[in-house]
Design a protein around this ligand. Structure first.
Ligand code: HEC
Length: 127
């Protein structure tokens, strides 16, 4: 019964989920590092590129669909919180619209065949 209550709260109450910073440390830091500098060119640095990507529909889809995000072992609401935390920390921009769980659900389960090619396309289209 207690386990059920715990699972129910975890799945249905985003506010009670583990905080996004802990999720980052557990699931993302191994490749992206605490500083977010990553390991370019393979793992891109988290910088203002993130807020640029978050400013278009295609870019938002990409941010959700990169394998590190879409295949992480956290639920949709948690992934939304995590991406929002990352955007605030690594690419602060008052114009960035927050991700919602619904937006994650919409994109997460379509597989992005070639993330690097998609990233190049997104930047070529706008720069
Ligand atoms: C095994 C290494 C690895 C882990 C772990 C990882 N990533 Fe990544 N991440 C990458 C690589 C490599 C890329 C570049 C795109 C690609 O080739 O997949 C990337 C790109 C990204 C991008 C796009 C950034 C940009 O500027 O293009 C986001 C957003 C992202 N990751 C989020 C996450 C999140 C959130 C987590 C943790 C839940 C995570 N990643 C865990 C390797 C990783």
């Amino acid at each position: 019964m207690r386990l059920f209550t715990f699972l129910a709260l975890t799945l249905w109450q985003p506010s009670l989920n583990a905080d996004p910073k802990s999720h980052y440390m557990i699931h993302c830091m191994g490749c992206h590092l605490v500083s977010g500098e990553g390991m370019p060119p393979d793992v891109p640095a988290f910088n203002s590129d993130l807020s640029f990507l978050a400013s278009t529909e295609d870019g938002r889809r990409y941010l959700v669909q990169v394998p590190g995000a879409s295949q992480s072992l956290i639920n949709d609401a948690e992934l939304a919180n995590l991406l929002n935390w990352m955007l605030k920390k690594y690419a602060p921009n008052p114009e960035t619209r927050a991700f919602t769980g619904e937006e994650i659900i919409k994109y997460r389960h379509d597989i992005l065949a070639d993330p690097k090619a998609e990233r190049t396309r997104l930047f070529a289209a706008h720069h």
